[in-house]
Design a protein. Structure first.
Length: 161
């Protein structure tokens, strides 16, 4: 399967989105330091279609405040533990937050909040798998691939601010 990618703008900065027939593979904050270039075997999609197009449309709807959930085929790659964490993250309701300890509990690993946090930090599908909804035990914003201002902006968007 050929992975296709497209870049899109958003209120929190440019995003790179990649997908193939199996589903969405990556959403990356393209403007951040350390952002990687797409692998050479990936193909730029001048006219995105399939899951890639659906992702771009749904992200635009989300940022416009017209979408609260995503209906996309997802195909992230990770360890069984990471996949369990990402499934738990995907179930966090729009506009709410949970702690890393609660995330670990929801994923069936209550003694592993630090590992849950690390797995959350490796989420290849931010926004769609809403890792920005996970906060510290004191309610403070902690690490986010797009930066803490972007995390705050996403939470504010979801809270109607």
């Amino acid at each position: 399967m050929t992975v296709e990618f497209a870049r899109t703008s958003s209120p929190i900065g440019p995003l790179l989105v990649a997908a193939d027939e199996a589903g969405v593979r990556l959403i990356e904050f393209a403007g951040r330091p350390g952002a990687t270039a797409p692998p050479r075997e990936w193909r730029r999609a001048p006219q995105p279609r399939g899951p890639l197009r659906a992702t771009l449309v749904q992200l635009a709807e989300y940022f416009a405040g017209r979408r609260r959930t995503f209906d996309l085929p997802l195909a992230p790659e990770g360890t069984p533990f990471q996949l369990a964490i990402w499934r738990a993250v995907a179930r966090i309701p729009y506009g709410t937050t949970i702690t890393y300890a609660e995330l670990a509990r929801r994923a069936g690993r209550p003694a592993a909040p630090r590992a849950a946090g690390a797995a959350n930090g490796q989420n290849p599908l931010p926004i769609v798998v809403p890792c920005h909804r996970v906060v510290g035990s004191d309610g403070a914003l902690r690490g986010f691939g797009g930066g803490l201002p972007a995390k705050a902006a996403l939470l504010a968007l979801e809270r109607g601010r």
